[in-house]
Design a protein around this ligand. Structure first.
Ligand SMILES: C[S@@+](CC[C@H](N)C(=O)[O-])C[C@H]1O[C@@H](n2cnc3c(N)ncnc32)[C@H](O)[C@@H]1O
Length: 482
């Protein structure tokens, strides 16, 4: 429940979250409502609370609470202006009733434990059911290091990658999903989560709708036949390419995202790959070698929304072959599709869902890699030289995110669902706030079965040093029964 505190002219003094639904109740205590009102010397208040079900019809308890708050307001001398029920698509206001009603007085009936009229303002309104299970285990992970002469799948900077959370995710899978054979990572990004299960001989379905993620996924997880000798030869040829003239890539990204020398070489190598490549697997492997090498020499903080002012990232570009065991990949499936389309065509035992959480589009952050991977040489705009990305905008970054998630879950053909979603903490920069509320995630998952929540403070431990960035990681688990 949220309370807006207004002055005598109905101007907003403050907005306060009064209570959050817990377990099976929403606690609404007048102390919380009227305490700040007195402190702020507010003349009036407006109360808002949500009905996660979507139906804004006032319940019996809502009507009781309104009457009780009116009564309390009368005693405190604070004008209760409105009580509004909201859902995602509708609202219900008590304004007319409140303003026209004389019957603001409620008759209180003691239930034996009542000490004051305020004790009656606790409503029995089910909101949440699942409890949050806090995990305090410390997970160690090996330092992300380039194995001599090869790129490993995790040797790449990628926003929201789950490399440091693999132990946490794996523990939940081990606890909840007994004996499974097919794991689907439907918003795979780098693919680190799928790879963890692939190493154990489990069939992996990996998907991402961006070409710059799909091609590495295809190389690392989807390539079961490849001649590594041939690949090494071609990578050698590409590394030794001389590029003294400007090209599409250097014209747009030279002297900003890269040194001019590296940018010319990247453009020339990308052109050459299309000339020398044989078959889809080889193409995925060579482009992956280039994308990973590009990340190492980019003059950025890890994404391509902007470049660093000082161009001091001057090491030369060097491609390495991706490191994977083709024998592990024989049964895997790799797709480049919209998750909501793909979900209708596949089935699996464990469905792992790690969509974008906020309004930051991955196609914005990685436009440059996407441009390089697709190599259609589109016109680019603005300081960061972004191409048109309308076709690769994710619904999960828009207001339509809850609807997309609902559609995904209702079409999932699987036994277990795990959802990574970060709803903890609101930032001033609205771009970082999550698109789907915890309540909504839970309610959607509950349409398919019981839900558990696992939560862990995100402490990043490396060999020797530890750091915490203060946020919490969550995984929602649903055992599919419906
Ligand atoms: C949070 S990241 C996944 C990170 C990943 N688990 C990892 O560890 O690297 C979300 C990914 O979903 C992809 N994505 C966003 N919307 C999508 C959609 N509608 N269909 C398929 N992939 C999508 C983005 O390109 C991005 O790579």
């Amino acid at each position: 429940m949220v309370c807006l505190y207004l002055n005598a002219r109905n101007a907003l003094l403050k907005k306060e979250v009064i209570s959050i639904g817990i377990l099976d109740k929403s606690i609404i205590h007048p102390r919380e409502i009227f305490g700040p009102a007195v402190e702020l010397r507010a003349a009036g208040i407006v109360l808002l609370h949500n009905h996660p079900s979507g139906d804004v019809t006032p319940s019996k308890q809502d009507i009781e609470v309104v009457n009780k708050i009116l009564e309390a307001g009368k005693i405190m001398g604070v004008n209760v202006i409105d009580f509004i029920i909201v859902s995602e698509n509708a609202t219900h206001s008590f304004f007319t009733e409140i303003q026209s009603s004389d019957s603001k007085v409620t008759h209180y009936v003691s239930d034996g434990v009542q000490n004051s009229l305020f004790d009656l303002l606790e409503t029995e309104q089910p909101i949440y059911t699942p409890e949050i299970k806090k995990i305090h285990k410390v997970y160690f992970y090996p330092e992300s290091r380039v194995k001599t002469g090869r790129f490993r799948l995790q040797n790449r900077r990628f926003l929201g990658n789950k490399y440091k959370l693999l132990g946490f995710i794996e523990d939940i899978v081990n606890e909840k999903c007994n004996g499974f054979g097919v794991f689907c990572d439907i918003f795979a990004g780098t693919g680190v989560v799928g790879e963890r299960f692939n190493e154990k001989g489990i069939k992996v379905i990996a998907n991402d709708f961006l070409a710059s993620n799909y091609l590495p996924l295809k190389a690392f997880l989807g390539t079961s036949e490849i001649d590594f000798e041939e690949i090494e030869k071609k990578i050698n040829l590409l590394n030794n390419l001389e590029a003294h003239n400007d090209n599409y890539f250097s014209e747009h990204f030279g002297n900003t995202f890269f040194t001019l020398g590296n940018a010319r070489k990247i453009g020339a190598i990308r052109e050459k790959i299309d000339e020398i490549v044989k078959g889809d697997n080889e193409k995925a492997v060579l482009i992956t070698a280039l994308l990973y090498a590009v990340d190492k020499v980019a003059n950025t903080v890890g994404h391509y929304d902007a470049y660093r002012k000082r161009l001091d990232t001057i090491q030369p570009l060097r491609l390495l072959a991706p490191d994977f065991g083709p024998e592990n990949n024989a049964n895997n499936e790799v797709y480049k599709e919209d998750a909501n389309q793909l979900i209708r065509k596949i089935s699996c035992d464990v469905l792992y869902i790690d969509p974008p959480y906020n309004s930051r589009q991955y196609s914005d952050a990685y436009h440059l890699l996407e441009n390089l991977a697709s190599w259609e040489k589109p016109s680019v705009h603005g300081k960061a030289k972004k191409m048109d990305r309308a076709h690769i905008k994710s619904d999960y970054c828009l207001n339509s995110a809850p609807k997309a998630f609902d559609d995904l879950i209702s079409n999932a053909n699987c036994k277990h669902i795990l959802v990574s979603y970060n709803n903890t903490g609101e930032s001033k920069d609205g771009r970082s706030n999550a698109r789907i509320s915890d309540e909504r995630i839970i309610n959607i998952l509950k349409t398919r079965g019981d839900v558990d929540i696992f939560e862990r403070d995100y402490k990043a431990f490396t060999a020797g040093k530890s750091d915490t960035d203060g946020h919490t990681e969550r995984v929602f688990y649903c055992k599919v029964t419906k």
